[in-house]
Design a protein around this ligand. Structure first.
Ligand code: ADP
Length: 237
C-alpha cells in the first residue's frame, strides 16, 4: 500500500470534522475524494500533506509513519487552489521552481521541465507569464510544478474548480493521461459526482467527516453502501 490511513480524526475546538477514517491507497492509484461541501475532504488532504496535524490516528506513506514529518520531507506534491503560480516567473521558471530550490543541476532541471511541458501539452509556451495563459493552461502548469520534483504522491484540491465546463473536461482527460504515463499515486478532492466517476480508479465517499464508502465508480453506482451514498450519487442525474 502506498498510503495507509488508520483511524484518522481531526477536531477543531469541540467540533470533530473528520471522524475515525481508515483507508488505503494503492501504488499508482488515482483516488477521488467525493462528498458535499463541509464533509471534511480538504481536511483529510491537508493532514496527508502535513499542513494540519491529526487529533488522533496514523498516516503511513510507503510504509513509513509520517505524522510527525514536516511537509518538505513527505515527498508529496500538491495543487491547492490558494497556491497560485508565481506571477513574475515564466511558465518554465514556475515549473522549475521546486527543482531550483532543491538544487538540481541546470541540465536536469531543463530536461524535467521539458518532459512535463510535453506531457501536459505546454510545449512552446516556456517564456509566457501566467497572465498570458488561459485558465486551463495555468492549471496544467500548477500540476507540472507539483510533479517536477518527482513526488511519489500527488494531492489535488478541487483541481478543476475554477474553470469553465469545456476546460474542466479537457483537464480531466489530461489528469487521466498523465496518470497513465507517470509513476505517481494521486488523491483529488471534488464535490462533483460525475467528475469523481469519470476520473477515479476508486472513490472515497465522505459525509459529515465520516467515510461512507470506498469503491470503484461502478461499485459505488451499482451497490451504494449507505442511504447517503445512494442519494448523493443519485443526485447526479
Ligand atoms: P470540505 O473539503 O469537504 O468542504 P473541509 O475539510 O474544508 O470540508 O471542512 C470540514 C469542516 O471543518 C467545515 O465545517 C469547516 O468549516 C471546518 N474547518 C476546516 N478548517 C477549519 C479550521 N482551520 N478551523 C475551524 N474549522 C475548520
Amino acid at each position: 500500500m502506498k498510503i495507509d490511513i488508520r483511524h484518522l480524526s481531526k477536531r477543531f475546538g469541540s467540533v470533530e470534522v473528520v471522524s475515525s477514517v481508515s483507508f488505503a491507497v494503492r501504488e499508482g492509484e488515482l483516488m477521488g475524494i467525493l462528498g458535499p461541501s463541509g464533509s471534511g475532504k480538504t481536511t483529510v488532504l491537508r493532514m496527508l500533506a502535513g499542513l494540519e496535524t491529526p487529533t488522533t490516528g496514523e498516516i503511513y506513506i510507503d510504509g513509513k509513519l509520517v505524522n510527525d514529518l514536516p511537509v518538505q520531507q513527505r515527498n508529496i506534491g500538491f495543487v491547492f487552489q490558494h497556491y497560485a503560480l508565481f506571477k513574475h516567473l515564466t511558465l518554465f521558471e514556475n515549473i522549475a521552481f521546486g527543482l531550483k530550490i532543491r538544487k538540481w543541476p541546470r541540465k536536469n532541471q531543463a530536461e524535467r521541465v521539458n518532459e512535463l511541458m510535453h506531457l501536459l501539452g505546454l510545449s512552446g509556451l516556456d517564456a509566457r507569464y501566467p497572465g498570458q495563459l488561459s485558465g486551463g493552461q495555468r492549471q496544467r502548469v500548477a500540476i507540472a510544478r507539483a510533479l517536477a520534483p518527482r513526488p511519489s504522491v500527488l494531492l489535488l484540491d478541487e483541481p478543476f474548480g475554477a474553470v469553465d465546463a469545456l476546460v474542466r473536461q479537457e483537464l480531466r482527460e489530461w489528469l487521466i493521461r498523465l496518470h497513465d504515463e507517470l509513476d505517481v499515486t494521486s488523491l483529488f478532492v471534488t464535490h462533483d459526482q460525475e467528475e469523481a466517476m469519470e476520473v477515479s480508479d476508486r472513490i472515497l465517499v465522505f459525509s459529515k467527516g465520516r467515510l461512507e464508502q470506498i469503491g470503484t465508480p461502478a461499485e459505488i453506482y451499482e451497490e451504494p453502501a449507505t442511504e447517503f451514498v445512494a442519494r448523493f450519487i443519485g443526485a447526479m442525474n
